[in-house]
Design a protein around this ligand. Structure first.
Ligand code: 76R
Length: 281
C-alpha cells in the first residue's frame, strides 16, 4: 500500500488487543422452560457439565475474569461478566454456550460491550498537587503537602491497575446498568468545559468514596462500542448499599443534571454449578 512519505509517526501494529486494559462483556440469559423440558436426561447432564466447566474461572484457557450470577426479576435468569485482553476469547464463551446442549435453553436477553479505561478525570500526580495548592492552600514545602503527594503517588499505580485490570471483590451481590451523560440543549455535558466537568466528577468521587468497603465500582467505557456511553458495574457487601449509593448519587450534579440510565440488572454471585442448580437446570 502506498503511504504518504510524510507519515513518520510509528503506528502500533494492528491488533484486537488494547494498548492497555481489557475488553469487557456483560451477558444475560433467560431459561426457556419449554426447551429445557424437551431435553433428554443425557443431553441435560452433558449440557450442565459442559457449562459448569466452561464457566469455571479456574479452567485452563479461561478469560482473565469470569463471574456467574443469578439475576433477580424477569429481565433475565443468568448473568455473566467476562473480561480479558482478547475480545475473541471472551466471545468464545458466548459461542460455546450457544453451541452447547444448553444453547437453546439459554436465550440471550441482553448484552453489553465495553472496555476498561482510566477516566480523564482521575488527577495525575501533578494535577493532584495543583489541587492541594489551590483548594487546601498548601505550600509545596509543607510537610502535609509532601505527605499527601507521597501517599497519592503510592496509591495511583494500584488504583490505575484496578481500573484497567480489575480484581473482583468477594461480595454476594452485583448490579449492572448502562448510562449516558445527556446532550440536552439546557444541560449538555459535552458542551461543558473540562474544568467544570472535572469539578463535578470530583464531587461525584467524593460521594462515592464514602461507600468504601461497602460498594465497589467498575466504570467501563462503551462510546462507539455499544448503545450507551458507559457501563456501571457495582458490587455490594449487601444489597442495601447498592440502593443507598445509587440513591445518594442521584443528588450529585453529575448525575442529577447530566445522567441518563438504561436498565438495571441486579444479581447474586454464585459459582456456576450452584447457579445452574438455583435455576433448576
Ligand atoms: O476512578 C475513580 O475511582 C476516581 C474517581 C471516579 C471517577 C473518575 C469515580 C469514583 N467515578 C468516576 C467516573 Mn463513578 N460512578 C458512576 C455511577 O448512579 C449514578 O448516578 C452513576 C453511576 C456510580 C454508582 C459510581 C460510583 N463514574 C465515573 C464515570 C465516567 C465519567 C467519565 O469518565 O467521563 C461514570 C459514568 C461514573 C458513574 N464512582 C466513584 C462511584 C464510586 C463508588 C466511586 C468512588 C470509588 C473509590 O474511589 O473507591
Amino acid at each position: 500500500m502506498n503511504r504518504p512519505s510524510h507519515t513518520h509517526v510509528a503506528l502500533p501494529e494492528p491488533s484486537t488487543k488494547l494498548a492497555e486494559g481489557w475488553h469487557c462483556l456483560h451477558l444475560y440469559y433467560r431459561v426457556d422452560q419449554s426447551i429445557l423440558s424437551q431435553l433428554s436426561p443425557t443431553d441435560l447432564a452433558e449440557g450442565r457439565e459442559a457449562l459448569v466447566h466452561l464457566l469455571d474461572p479456574e479452567r485452563p484457557g479461561a478469560p482473565r475474569r469470569l463471574q456467574t450470577s443469578v439475576v433477580s426479576g424477569h429481565k433475565a435468569d443468568l448473568g455473566l461478566m467476562i473480561m480479558d485482553p482478547d475480545p475473541l476469547l471472551i466471545d468464545g464463551v458466548r459461542q460455546a454456550i450457544r453451541a452447547s446442549k444448553l444453547g437453546r435453553v439459554l436465550q440471550p436477553t441482553y448484552s453489553f460491550v465495553s472496555i476498561t479505561e482510566i477516566s480523564e478525570y482521575v488527577p495525575t500526580l501533578e494535577q493532584y498537587g495543583e489541587k492541594l495548592r489551590r483548594d487546601e492552600g498548601l505550600k509545596p514545602d509543607d510537610p502535609a503537602y509532601l505527605a499527601k503527594i507521597a501517599a497519592y503517588g503510592q496509591r495511583l499505580p494500584m488504583m490505575n491497575q484496578q481500573r484497567l485490570c480489575p480484581d473482583f471483590p468477594n461480595w454476594p451481590v452485583t448490579c449492572f446498568y448502562p448510562m449516558n451523560k445527556i446532550r440536552h440543549p439546557s444541560a449538555n455535558w459535552f458542551m461543558e468545559p473540562f474544568s467544570s466537568r472535572s469539578a463535578m466528577m470530583s464531587e461525584h468521587a467524593t460521594s462515592g468514596i464514602k461507600f468504601a468497603g461497602r460498594v465497589s465500582q467498575l466504570i467501563t467505557a462503551s462510546a462507539g462500542l455499544d448503545d450507551w456511553e458507559w457501563g456501571v458495574t457495582l458490587w455490594g457487601r449487601n444489597p442495601q448499599y447498592i440502593k443507598d449509593i445509587v440513591y445518594t448519587m442521584r443528588f450529585d450534579t453529575a448525575s442529577a443534571r447530566y445522567a441518563e440510565f438504561g436498565p438495571f440488572y441486579v444479581s447474586y454471585i454464585k459459582p456456576p454449578a450452584e447457579a445452574l442448580e438455583h435455576l433448576q437446570i
